[in-house]
Ligand binder design. Structure first.
Ligand SMILES: [Zn+2]
Length: 149
């Protein structure tokens, strides 16, 4: 890759050049349960365009690159810290598993939120504040995107 190619700018593939992530972007990138719309696109840093070299290293749907990320964590991630990557893979799997149970039991089988929560707590054989908060947060996100999954 020559220098000219390396610094080439393209329209941000996450926000499609708007500089902000809206509901449609979250749906298009299949990141319901991971993101909410926000006024600042973290992929292009709100600049609407990104370097081609960056967009070819990271996918637009990379869930970890968000505007709440500290500079320190961002740098660790960009440097592909193996411990961090392993934690993120586990976390993504965890969120996806809980989300799938919410979709299955609450939205498809029409069980109440309370009953769905019990099923999730049973399936994780755990009932702690963190898991309960995660479930509450995922229900809120699901309600925001209702009808999209
Ligand atoms: Zn963007």
């Amino acid at each position: 890759m020559d220098t000219e190619e390396k610094g080439k700018l393209i329209d941000c593939p996450r926000c499609l050049g708007k500089g902000e992530v809206d509901k449609h972007d979250v749906i298009r990138l299949r990141r319901i349960f991971f993101w909410m719309p926000g006024p600042h696109c973290a992929f292009c840093n709100g600049l609407k365009r990104v370097e081609f070299s960056f967009a070819s290293r990271f996918n637009a749907d990379d869930w970890f690159i968000t505007s709440d990320l500290s500079l320190e964590m961002y740098q660790k991630y960009i440097d592909k810290d193996p411990e961090l990557l392993a934690q993120l893979e586990a976390h993504e799997h965890y969120i996806t598993s809980i989300s799938n149970l919410i979709i299955q039991y609450h939205y498809r089988l029409k069980l109440s939120k309370e009953d769905t929560r019990k099923i999730i707590l049973d399936s994780f054989r755990s009932n702690n504040a963190e898991l309960n908060n995660t479930i509450t947060g995922l229900f809120e996100q699901a309600d925001f995107f209702i009808g999209e999954f």
